[in-house]
Write a protein that binds this ligand. Structure first.
Ligand code: OFO
Length: 165
């Protein structure tokens, strides 16, 4: 049993996760149109991961006998000036998500809602990994400084990412 306030906050996060999926799907389509199939693959896997995150919130709400409120998903940005810009926006977005997860944990702690706090711990770990992997790609993109050869190599590497739950 969770509070109404927590129910609302978790539904907002469910929406944030679906928005994340939408944003990365837009980045995947943009990459594909640039001929960057590896980048497109990376963002597509990211899209799959975000749907998986969203469904974790969905299942948790139902497990708690709470209502699932499917809020409107905002339109994401669909055009980017370079792969570096797309990844910098990814990092910015992930930092926003990390902050929103921390706020949920703060709420769970203030309500002594141990079940929700435990549920959220998985996301805390996940956010550390996500920010680290995005930072790593940003470093590489900065290193190659938009040079075709370097972008080609990174594209090849990003093409190997697969979705694992
Ligand atoms: Fe990108 O971790 Fe969920 O939103």
């Amino acid at each position: 049993m969770i509070s109404k306030k927590m129910e609302q906050a978790l539904n907002k996060q469910l929406n944030n996760e679906f928005f994340s999926a939408y944003l990365y799907l837009a980045m995947s389509a943009w990459s594909e149109n640039q001929g960057l199939k590896g980048f497109a693959n990376w963002f597509y896997v990211q899209y799959q991961e975000e749907n998986f995150h969203a469904m974790k919130f969905y299942t948790y709400l139902l497990d708690q006998g709470a209502e699932v409120d499917l809020l409107k998903i905002d339109k994401p940005e669909t055009k980017f000036s370079s792969p570096l810009e797309a990844f910098e926006k990814t990092l910015e977005h992930e930092q926003f998500i990390t902050k929103s997860i921390y706020e949920l944990v703060d709420l769970a702690l203030s309500e002594k809602d141990h079940a929700t706090n435990t549920f959220l711990q998985w996301f805390i770990t996940e956010q550390v990994e996500e920010e680290a992997s995005v930072n790593e790609i940003i470093d590489k993109l900065k290193l190659v400084d938009g040079q075709g050869n370097g972008i080609f190599m990174i594209d090849k590497e990003l093409g190997t990412r697969t979705f694992a739950q």
